[in-house]
Design a binder for this molecule. Structure first.
Ligand code: PHE
Length: 451
């Protein structure tokens, strides 16, 4: 067991803004722009949006604050944070589950991030290869996946992540503005109204246990929760920082971008009469070119959009790799370089079947027996929803019941002068509401699956 490095050795965020940017960088990514729309499309549109927003406010936000506090308390990584509070117990396995989840998410995420990179060039030169032909070609998709994994490694290993985050500060507002422009084009297409109705008029009778689990999982995935990422990022915070305002900022911007992505995709989707494809992981890559083709300078605008999206994805994969690396370096005393490269090699091998499962490249992987999902779909469902929900459940139980409340409250009130009045609300949510809700949703899902 180790007590971890001192705060000085590990480093802290240079400023509060630095942390918010890094955490927002982790949160905002393909989860908002690629995963949110097609998951909402699969689960009824507006009803899903409604559930998603509730999950963000009542589950995501409190768990985000809990993770930040757990990480900052002893400035430890995802595994070490549990060990610092309950030494020698099995609780560190929660952190360990997070490390495994991090690798698995990174693997399929890199496949899609690779498409994003490919679409930069494809859109710029006006290449007309269809999404299906693009994603089913192993000579395109596998090297792009490898490239994206490599890019993440270079950034994390080379210590240039500060540089990336500084760039992100300038580039992400541009992505935001570009989205606004594209949304205007999308909602003004002929026939866009049906898309808006789908996205905004909930049919609550369509909600099933699976919808709730998908919304809950999407909330955790999008906020990078349930796998120790915010614990790791919180470990670089100083006691002067206000965890609660920081958490609120991150959750607000992350949610804003996801909601905007819906306004970008659904109107154009329905306007093009493509609504049957609304639950397709290729949704984003099929709909956006339609929008770009209807604006002046569409190739350039489109290429810029994919470039910015790739950078948003990179700031998320950096955080996924960081969780694994911080664990291997702090707890297992590996050299940083070794930790990063070995993790990347494992991730690449794991990414291969995901890449090969798309658009009929290897039909057996595209439609796994019994479960009727592609390999990528299975990874996405298991590690993007289930293990994150389990991780979030255990984190809230640990925070609410295992961590001495006088200490957890003291941690939260550091840097937050107005903590007292909200303490009971946060306590209630973390002790009762979060664990019970997640547990009920998981049990309900399990019951329905084996039934
Ligand atoms: N939140 C990221 C996104 O929305 C994905 C992610 C999940 C990153 C979990 C880190 C941990 O793209």
């Amino acid at each position: 067991m180790t007590t971890g490095k001192s705060v000085q050795e590990r480093g802290e965020w240079s400023s509060k803004v630095g942390f918010i940017l890094a955490a927002a960088g982790s949160a905002i990514g393909l989860g908002n722009i690629w995963r949110f729309p097609y998951t909402a499309g699969e689960h009824g549109g507006a009803a899903f949006l409604f559930l998603y927003l509730i999950c963000i406010a009542l589950l995501g936000l409190p768990i985000m604050i809990a993770e930040l506090a757990l990480g900052r308390y002893r400035h430890r990584n995802a595994v070490g944070a549990f060990e610092a509070i309950k030494p020698g117990s099995a609780w560190k396995l929660v952190g360990f589950l997070g490390v495994i989840t991090g690798i698995c998410i990174w693997s399929f995420y890199s496949v899609i991030a690779g498409y994003t990179v490919g679409f930069i060039g494809k859109t710029l030169i006006g290449n007309t290869l269809s999404y299906e032909a693009f994603a089913s070609n192993p000579w395109i998709s596998i090297p792009l996946t490898a490239f994206f994994i490599f890019l993440t490694v270079i950034v994390v290993q080379g210590g240039v992540r500060n540089g990336i985050e500084r760039w992100a500060k300038i580039l992400m507002p541009i992505l935001f503005l570009l989205m606004v422009v594209l949304i205007i084009r999308s909602v003004t297409m002929k026939g866009a109204g049906a898309g808006l109705v789908f996205y905004l008029k909930p049919d609550l009778t369509k909600i099933t246990g699976k919808t709730v689990l998908a919304a809950l999982g999407q909330a955790f995935f999008s906020l990078s929760l349930g796998m120790g990422c915010m614990i790791t990022y919180g470990s670089y915070l100083s006691k002067k920082d206000n965890l609660i305002t920081s958490g609120c900022f991150v959750a607000f911007f992350d949610t804003l971008i996801a909601v905007m992505a819906g306004f970008l995709i659904f109107p154009a989707l329905f306007a093009q009469g493509m609504e049957a494809q609304r639950h397709d992981p290729g949704l984003l890559f099929k709909v956006l070119p339609q929008i770009f083709s209807q604006i002046p300078g569409g190739n350039l605008v489109g290429a810029s959009f994919f470039l910015l999206l790739a950078i948003a994805a990179l700031t998320s994969t950096i955080s996924l790799l960081e969780v694994v690396t911080a664990y291997l370096v702090d707890e297992k005393h590996w050299l940083r370089r070794r930790a990063v490269w070995i993790t990347a090699a494992v991730t690449f091998l794991l990414a291969l079947p995901s890449a090969m499962s798309q658009e009929g490249m290897v039909p057996a992987l595209g439609q796994l027996p019994l479960i009727n999902m592609s390999f990528l779909g299975l990874m996405n469902w298991t590690f993007g929803n289930i293990t994150l929900a389990i991780g979030a459940l255990l984190t809230s139980i640990f925070f609410g019941w295992i961590w001495k409340s006088s200490i957890s409250h003291a941690e939260l009130s550091e840097g937050c002068p107005w903590y007292r009045p909200i303490a009971p609300v946060l306590s209630f949510l973390l002790k009762f509401f979060c664990p019970l809700t997640i547990l009920v949703v998981l049990i309900f899902f399990l019951y329905n699956t084996i039934k």
